[in-house]
Write a protein that binds this ligand. Structure first.
Ligand SMILES: [Zn+2]
Length: 500
């Protein structure tokens, strides 16, 4: 592969980084329900691999503090957070209107411990952002990356948007934050939140065309001050490592050059891997991890998050390997014996060969997309700056450092096929709130009312200059950040390290 971005002062890419890894031993116990493709157990499988490959001892292992209501309400609506806190499988039948209103029930079911699950994965991502704000190089939260969640709506297996919350934390310290999304699905929730600001650039590489969530057209580029600060890379079935990197590296290289972010958040959704139960790309684990390696090479504080990924043995393989990349450690292909070893037969190796499926992305189409996006980037004359005020205090996340644990046995969770989620889409459920690729259309037709001053009305542009009002974006520069000051006490995120 070609050389990455900037060399490190201390030498090439293999140099050590200070890495924080957030993991809650409980996270693998949350269960979306029978047949649901989203399986938090994959996080525990990843952790077991990390333990047995000996990677935990190379990083600070931290149990995240639970995000509190007020932490979640930095992005989400108060009534939505109150709903998530109170709803239970037993009471949901009495809340049908609320369920529909918040899009909870089908793709995003109510399950035992739903709210503490949200607090756990959001706590890891915000905690990671706090670590980066305090001088760490890389923070990892494989339980995070739930990029579809909206301000007042669950979507695509996501309830709260830990990514938006983490970026808001990073914005306390950094003038500009870059978000990169390599999940096969468009990173719509994050894009929407920052659509009108130039302080966050979002870049999403995704399958586009008759595919959930339906947004992410190459022509969606941001609006107002945020114009040209949203980038969308629409791809087709079967994309392989070489095609993917022929876009990823030139585009991200240019983004780093012109945007000059103070921190990078990389959503590493593993449903873009070959053989994913819901995905249709053909990336190898090394091809996927090349994105991590490349973003790491710029030596900018980096938050690595999980996301989609529905062939769970491959998700664990991928995120284990990418943790090694973060650490600058190359791990061997032969897998160590561990409690989930039987998932990885018959080869028991870390890497799996991509398939021989057709790559529907023609060279010509890829080149056109690349030229279009590089042209958009050339319109950013210089990196914007903000008038900086006193930095708001950190979100108080008193997490614990934990000893690596390697023996949490999972309840068996076979990857049962279920017709509700076929291989081609995770949106097969007919739901009039959320038709396949219908979100954009619905927003044109039925703009939501302004709900409070945190929202800003804006229009989405297309090349035909169609405009529609749209809500859900955030005003980053002033009110959202100032809201913090009443809420949050002085920082207490003092590390209490046990292993490093
Ligand atoms: Zn996805």
């Amino acid at each position: 592969m070609e050389a990455g971005g900037n060399s490190l002062p201390s030498g090439p890419d293999g140099s050590k980084r200070k890495v924080y890894y957030f993991y809650d031993p409980e996270v693998g116990n949350y269960y979306y329900g029978q047949g649901h493709p989203m399986k938090p157990h994959r996080i525990r499988m990843t952790h077991a691999l990390l333990a047995h490959y000996g990677l935990l001892q190379h990083m600070h292992v931290v149990k995240p503090a639970l995000a509190r209501d007020r932490d979640l309400c930095r992005f989400h609506a108060d009534d939505y957070v109150a709903f998530l806190r109170s709803i239970t499988p037993e009471t949901q039948q009495d809340q049908l209107r609320q369920l529909k209103r918040f899009n909870v029930g089908e793709d995003c079911p109510v399950f035992d411990g739903l709210y503490s699950f949200c607090q756990t994965y959001a706590g890891g991502s915000v905690g990671g952002a706090v670590k980066l704000n305090h001088g760490s190089d890389i923070a990892i939260n494989w339980s995070g990356g739930l990029h579809h969640a909206k301000k007042c709506e669950a979507s695509g297996f996501c309830y709260v948007n830990d990514i938006v919350l983490a970026i808001l934390e990073l914005l306390k310290m950094h003038e500009r934050v870059l978000y990169v999304d390599i999940d096969i699905h468009h990173g719509d929730g994050v894009e929407e939140a920052f659509y009108t600001t130039d302080r966050v650039m979002t870049v999403s590489f995704h399958k586009f065309g008759d595919y959930f969530p339906g947004t992410g057209d190459v022509r969606d580029i941001g609006y107002g001050k945020g114009k040209y600060y949203s980038l969308n890379v629409p791809l087709d079935d079967g994309i392989d490592d070489e095609s993917y990197q022929s876009l990823f590296k030139p585009i991200m290289g240019k983004v780093m050059e012109v945007f000059k972010p103070g921190a990078v958040v990389l959503q590493c959704g593993a449903d873009s891997l070959s053989g994913d139960r819901l995905g249709c790309f053909n990336l190898s684990i090394k091809g996927h991890a090349e994105c991590v390696k490349y973003m790491r090479s710029f030596n900018v504080p980096l938050l690595l998050l999980g996301g989609g990924g529905y062939t769970i043995r491959n998700v664990a393989r991928c995120w284990c390997y990418e943790t090694g990349v973060a650490l600058g450690v190359e791990i061997e292909d032969k897998m160590p014996q561990h409690e989930y070893y039987e998932y990885f037969g018959p080869d028991y190796t870390l890497h799996v060969a991509p398939s021989n499926m057709e790559n529907k992305n023609s060279r010509q189409l890829l080149d056109e997309i690349k030229i279009k996006l590089l042209d958009n980037l050339s319109k950013l004359q210089h990196a914007p700056s903000v008038q900086f005020q006193e930095r708001p205090p950190d979100t108080e996340i008193p997490e614990k450092l934990v000893k690596p644990t390697i023996n949490e046995k999972a309840d068996e969770d076979q990857e049962d096929e279920d017709e509700r989620w076929g291989r081609d889409s995770d949106m097969d459920v007919v739901d009039d709130c959320k038709p396949l690729s219908g979100r954009v259309k619905r927003e044109y037709l039925e703009p939501k009312a302004m709900e409070d001053q945190k929202e800003v009305e804006y229009a989405r542009e297309t090349d035909t200059e169609t405009k529609a009002s749209y809500s859900g974006s955030m005003l980053i520069d002033e009110p959202q950040i100032k809201l913090e000051q009443d809420n949050i006490n002085k920082s207490s995120d003092q590390p209490a390290e046990m292993n490093s």
